[in-house]
Design a binder for this molecule. Structure first.
Ligand SMILES: Nc1ncnc2c1ncn2[C@@H]1O[C@H](COP(=O)(O)OP(=O)(O)OP(=O)(O)O)[C@@H](O)[C@H]1O
Ligand SMILES: [Mg+2]
Length: 222
């Protein structure tokens, strides 16, 4: 599903150069649920951003679904991102002046779908995360756990085969965090969705199939 070969990422400003990723080799198989741990600043979010094609590596190759993506155009990359990848962030990233339903429909706006088809798919995704009763609410009217469930519905509405989650339980208490983990587990089991999840919480990481650890931009285990 994901193959990184000697992937490095350097951030440069006028005065500092940061090696955020240092020659990372990583294979994630189709249907795997992988967690990524490591101290603050060790490169975890950078890893997700390069896997998710939000950021380009400075060096190295990235293959998704057997396709080399480093050489593709912005347009092709945007299409892959839209169709194959769903993102979930610690701070939800919902749009406050859109309803729950409209937030979930966003990824579908880039596809050629009728309004009724979009609505049907968004309602199905919301049902999947147990939020059918909140479709007309606005994000400010939801609890943190509910907001994250909306964000997951938005991530899965386009039926991606890969979910990238950056500390999805980081802003939630443990009960709500467990609820989110259950949804991710069900998705992984039932839809065979591949999931790569960053977490600071050993108890959360333990619930995944495999944990990789980062330190100072390097992967320190297999
Ligand atoms: N856009 C950027 N410009 C310059 N440096 C950056 C940028 N993004 C990240 N970095 C640097 O790259 C390194 C890795 O950052 P990254 O965000 O990947 O860490 P992280 O492991 O996700 O940390 P945290 O647990 O705090 O989220 C850090 O030293 C950071 O300062
Ligand atoms: Mg981070």
């Amino acid at each position: 599903m994901i193959d990184l070969t000697d992937v490095s990422k350097v951030y440069r400003t006028d005065t500092i150069e940061t090696l955020a990723l240092n020659k990372i080799n990583l294979s994630v198989r189709n249907g795997e649920f992988l967690s990524v741990m490591g101290p603050s600043g060790s490169g975890k979010s950078t890893l997700l951003n390069v896997i998710g094609l939000l950021d380009k590596p400075s060096e190295g190759q990235i293959e998704l679904d057997g396709e080399e993506v480093s050489e593709k155009s912005e347009r092709e990359i945007a299409k892959i991102r839209n169709e194959k990848i769903g993102f979930v962030f610690q701070s939800f990233h919902l749009i406050n002046d859109l309803s729950v339903l409209d937030n979930v429909e966003i990824p579908l706006l880039y596809r050629e779908l009728s309004a009724s088809k979009r609505k049907e798919m968004a309602l199905a995704a919301l049902e999947n995360v147990g939020l059918s009763a909140r479709t007309k609410h606005f994000p400010s009217q939801l609890s943190g756990g509910q907001k994250q469930r909306v964000a997951i519905a938005r991530a899965i509405v386009g039926k991606p085969n890969l979910i990238l989650a950056d500390e999805p339980t980081g802003n939630l208490d443990s009960a709500m965090g467990n609820e989110i983990m259950k949804i991710l587990h069900d998705l992984n089991q039932n839809e065979k969705t591949t999931i790569v999840m960053v977490t600071h919480d050993e108890n959360i990481a333990k619930q995944t199939e495999r944990t990789i650890r980062f330190f100072d931009g390097s992967k320190i285990n297999d």
